[in-house]
Design a protein around this ligand. Structure first.
Ligand SMILES: *[C@@H]1O[C@H](CO)[C@@H](O)[C@H](O)[C@H]1NC(C)=O
Ligand SMILES: *[C@@H]1O[C@H](CO)[C@@H](O)[C@H](O)[C@H]1NC(C)=O
Ligand SMILES: *[C@@H]1O[C@H](CO)[C@@H](O)[C@H](O)[C@H]1NC(C)=O
Length: 380
């Protein structure tokens, strides 16, 4: 809603993109030099101007001594598109969750959505499209739009479906923009709390030999068709796995992770259609407790915290052609000015990111990551 906020977010994203190739930042690293060059171009007088690194890229390369393109073209549109016109709009949602199985602590579930767009359109028309959400889902919060957006509805509008019998009611938010040539994020949104798509329980007890039980239930509104769905159960401060037995049910696909310190349970493409429930119980025996040297080496927050009964399992899954928020791009709403012929591709996906279930018998950590930074908030 506030253009300066969108511009600031775009600048931060640009900085992240420039730095993303950095493996390890040192004060003398080439990435920092590149970041400096980027900031000189993107915010020349301390005010964000053109912030898309790809649009600025040739200038950065030019400064490094690479050849400048022959044609003089504006920096905000590095090339003119020629060829058959295509428009690709994809909604990607990431769901994070922390489940505790504790009476006095509420589980956490947060959704981060982004709309990615690639527009290869001859004549560079303006694009208008509607982002729709069902009325029963909670609103999309913190909607931020890319700086190329010219206008967008501040509040979603309830669609009038009285004379369209096939339509279910939904909220619609119209966005008008002039797209750069490369893939960019048209907007971001959040939903918190979001619906917990897979509810889980994890129970684990023991020392050198442990017994564990994991139970999962898929919510009935979630598309039961996964690209992948697996549970990783890491063991910290316990040495390596010697053997696993008493696997139940015997049909589960369970293996020991490549580090010999975790279990990987592959659930596959579907939960059982009737019950939508799966479970796993297994006995794990460890060779020995880790040497002090080994403990010394692993200093991650998880490794420090996960002693004795403190432990978690993590779900990794992806569902295509689905969003948890119900967010969609309405294909009928897409309009180009001036109008041209083009091929439209729409996509949706939901992926998990830091989706954890803590052992009912131990202590737990709060939100595991904020943009991959561990946060040390301990909950008993
Ligand atoms: C801001 O960006 C435009 C192109 O988007 C460019 O022509 C102009 O020179 C830039 N302004 C400054 C102060 O660099
Ligand atoms: C894991 O265990 C297997 C079999 O005992 C062994 O071949 C492999 O080298 C071990 N991997 C690691 C990373 O220790
Ligand atoms: C797109 O959203 C606007 C509200 O901003 C609404 O008036 C319009 O009817 C919607 N278009 C379609 C095709 O639903």
């Amino acid at each position: 809603m506030i253009p300066s906020v969108a511009a600031a977010v775009s600048l931060l994203e640009g900085m992240m993109e420039v730095l993303s190739s950095a493996v390890k930042l040192e004060t003398s690293s080439p990435q920092l030099a590149e970041l400096y060059q980027y900031l000189c171009l993107a915010a020349p007088f301390g005010t964000p101007n053109e912030t898309n690194p790809s649009n600025l890229k040739f200038q950065i390369q030019f400064r490094k001594g690479l050849a400048m393109p022959k044609e003089k073209i504006p920096s905000w549109r590095p090339a003119v598109y020629k060829g058959s016109s295509k428009l690709n709009v994809r909604i990607k949602e990431e769901v994070r969750a922390v489940q505790y199985d504790k009476e006095d602590i509420e589980d956490i579930c947060q959704l981060y959505g982004s709309v990615l767009c690639k527009a290869e359109l001859e004549g560079h028309p303006d694009i208008v499209l509607n982002l729709t959400t069902p009325p029963d889902s909670s609103h999309l919060d913190h909607l931020t739009v890319h700086s190329c957006v010219q206008s967008s509805d501040a509040e979603p509008v309830l669609a009038d479906t009285t004379n369209r019998h096939t339509d279910t009611p939904h909220y619609s938010r119209s966005v008008r923009f002039s797209a750069p040539l490369e893939t960019f994020t048209l907007c971001h949104y959040q939903q918190s709390p979001a619906l917990i798509p897979i509810r889980g329980f994890y129970q684990m007890k023991g020392d050198r030999t442990i017994e564990l039980l994991v139970q999962l239930k898929l919510h009935e509104t979630i598309r039961n068709n996964f690209e992948y769905c697996e549970v990783v159960i890491p063991f910290f401060n316990r040495g390596t796995i010697e053997k696993i037995d008493n696997i139940s049910p015997t049909s589960v696909s369970l293996c020991i992770g490549p580090d010999n310190k975790s279990l990987v349970w592959n659930i596959g493409q579907k939960f059982p259609v009737k019950s939508l429930e799966v479970s796993l119980s297994v006995t794990v025996t460890f060779t020995e407790f880790p040497s002090e040297e080994e403990e010394e080496r692993d200093k991650t927050v998880d490794a420090k915290f996960c002693v004795e009964q403190n432990s978690y399992c993590e779900l990794n899954f992806k569902i295509s052609d689905f969003t948890l928020s119900g967010c969609q791009i309405d294909p009928r709403s897409i309009t180009l000015f001036p109008s041209i012929k083009y091929k439209l591709t729409l996509g949706r996906e939901l992926v998990s990111s830091g989706y954890r279930i803590w052992n009912s018998h131990g202590d737990a950590l709060g939100i595991p990551f904020i943009r991959n930074e561990p946060v040390e908030e301990i909950i008993n």
